[in-house]
Design a protein around this ligand. Structure first.
Ligand code: FES
Length: 576
């Protein structure tokens, strides 16, 4: 094993270099792991930031992936050091993983800064683990490379494709409508999740894996290789090799990612039919990197970008099919000049160079720009007196006939209220009404849970209704579908007008014009807001107090106000 030469002294040498008392202490205790003296000779020390946890099933194979990265780092002459951070299992954590995304980002940032690390590999998979790790690393701004865990294999049950999340929502509504037995519902569980990996639909995990690939933070092909495919392990190993080279080249995250990279990410998110959650995560990552990005950019940058990828929830197929069809490299090559192909990447080459010549192998899974699934598919940004700072909707997952709609509001204040009344025979609600949910935003819940795709009233389901306009300050699972308006800002819990809507008010949704309005005049709306009882802060202590006091609204990425920006890796108040 030879040392990779560098022309500069690395920050790890502040710990491991020299022969004073502190250097003795730093090296000696590390040597209790059997690390030989030569590893402290100035070679790049690579942190492997691992979100492995048995409580995060999507990341439960990460010990193996970390080992592959470790082999790559050693192969390239680096010194790998694996460290754990808090992990977030989307399906397990209560009340919602979004409550903890920023906490994990703090864990990552402080772990990197506080330790002798020169470059870092982020092992990400389940929904929030990718943005949380990238946000934390962005604030440190060392050479950084992301390795995603990869999707599960396709689910199949009784001859049908079963996609993570999307099929669960469909089957759950079928059970409530009396069209599927509970026994059959349960039998589908193991057929859906049959291998290691994250959700196999174009949910938030697949979306964020595609986005970090587009941002240039991964090796090409990262997003779609199934978790169990041997090429995923090769990618991890190659990433270990590459991060050592990046440290030598001093290729930091901010020298890879710029405004054009974010514009590319928005366009690719449109082409893949990606999750609405990408909006808050991209805004937060951009904030950490001090790159200007606004909610309105999502509308502008996605305009005229077609939907090419035919994956659930917007389409038919799953991530395994996407991989065989060419994966993200084929999408990037197909989009061509729609993207900034000169954007930098961790390979040291441009996005265009990385993906040039990539081919679509199945043109039903990945459509050409000449024959897309939809001509215009971007996440639409809505504004109006109901959402002065904006709201979003994913038209590709909505019912086209509801994208221009005026309906009577049926209002629920919080999920407890919704659960208590939605199936009540006394509930006055019809198919063309608009379901409004308040109190599910960042502060109001707190944590902005994925409840925006509210289940429909059982009575309407039994009549065959399968979609209605739903509006809230919540988020929605990337695997979900429906005519669902999300991220209303400011939220009701921060005094937003959503909290002043009353049963029977008429609400206008016009996605083509970007309008979301309650048809009540401004004076009346202001009077109602003033008359609302003072908001009660639900949580008064602990981490939730920090969250409620400092979380910003959805149009600012739901980050904490004090975490925005790059803080670098200088250790302040160091007594060594
Ligand atoms: Fe982990 Fe969907 S639950 S990615």
């Amino acid at each position: 094993m030879s040392r990779t030469p560098t022309s500069r002294t690395l920050r790890s040498q502040d710990w491991f270099g020299g022969n004073d008392l502190n250097a003795f202490i730093h090296r000696s205790w590390m040597k209790n792991q059997g690390i030989p003296d030569r590893m402290f000779d100035g070679r790049p020390v690579i942190g492997i930031c691992n979100t492995y946890s048995e409580l995060t099933p999507c990341n439960a194979h990460f010990r193996d992936l970390a080992e592959q990265v470790r082999l790559g780092v050693i192969e390239a002459g680096g010194f790998p050091v694996e460290f754990p951070v808090m992990s977030l299992g989307e399906t397990i954590i209560r009340p919602t993983t979004m409550l903890y995304r920023n906490l994990v980002s703090m864990d990552v940032e402080e772990s990197i800064r506080a330790n002798p690390i020169d470059g870092v590999v982020l092992l990400c998979g389940c929904d929030k683990t990718t943005p949380a790790l990238v946000m934390g690393a962005a604030s440190c701004d060392l050479p950084t490379i992301v390795v995603s865990g990869g999707p599960m294999l396709n689910g199949r049950h009784q001859g049908k494709t079963v996609g993570s999340g999307t099929s669960v929502f469909e089957m759950s509504e079928a059970v409530r409508a009396g069209c599927m037995s509970e026994c059959e519902f349960r039998a589908a569980e193991s057929a859906m999740s049959r291998s290691p990996g994250h959700c196999n639909t174009m949910g938030t995990a697949s979306t964020m894996a595609s986005i970090v690939e587009t941002l240039g933070l991964t090796l090409p092909g990262n997003a779609a290789i199934p978790a169990v495919d041997s090429r995923r392990r090769v990618l991890a190993r190659d990433s270990g090799v590459r991060i050592v080279e990046m440290v030598v080249e001093n290729l930091t995250m901010s020298s890879v990612v710029d405004r054009n990279s974010f514009e590319n990410a928005i366009k690719v998110n449109t082409a893949i039919g990606g999750s609405t959650n990408a909006v808050v995560h991209l805004l937060a990552i951009a904030g950490r990197l001090e790159i200007p990005l606004e909610l309105s950019d999502f509308g502008e940058q996605s305009r005229d970008v077609p939907l090419l990828v035919n994956l659930m929830p917007s389409g038919t197929y799953l991530m395994e099919d996407f991989f065989y069809a060419g994966g993200l490299p084929a999408v990037i090559a197909e989009l061509g000049d729609i993207l900034h192909l000169d954007a930098a990447t961790v390979t040291g080459m441009t996005l265009g160079e990385n993906n040039s010549g990539e081919t679509i192998w199945d043109d039903d899974v990945i459509r050409s720009t000449a024959a897309p699934l939809l001509e215009q598919a971007g996440i639409a940004v809505l504004t109006g007196n109901l959402a002065p700072n904006g709201a979003v909707i994913k038209p590709s997952a909505a019912s086209p006939e509801l994208l221009s709609h005026v309906g009577r509001a049926v209002v629920f204040h919080g999920m407890d209220d919704f659960s208590a009344r939605v199936d009540s025979p006394d509930l006055d609600i019809e198919a063309d009404d608009v379901i409004v949910l308040t109190g599910a935003g960042p502060k109001g819940f707190p944590g902005m849970p994925e409840v925006g795709n509210l289940p429909l009233p059982r009575r309407l389901l039994e009549q065959g209704v399968r979609d209605m306009v739903r509006i809230s300050d919540a988020r929605m699972s990337g695997t979900a579908f429906g005519t669902v308006v999300l991220h209303v800002a400011p939220e009701a819990g921060a005094g937003g007008p959503l909290g002043a809507v009353r049963d029977g008010d008429l609400i206008e949704l016009d996605v083509a014009r970007g309008v979301l309005r309650v048809l009540v005049d401004d004076d009346e709306l202001a009077r109602r807001l003033e008359a609302l009882p003072p908001r009660v802060q639900k949580s008064t202590s602990g981490y939730q107090r920090l969250f409620v006091d400092h979380v910003m609204q959805a149009d600012r990425g739901v980050d904490f106000d004090f975490l925005v920006g790059r803080r670098g890796t200088e250790v302040h108040g160091d007594n060594h």
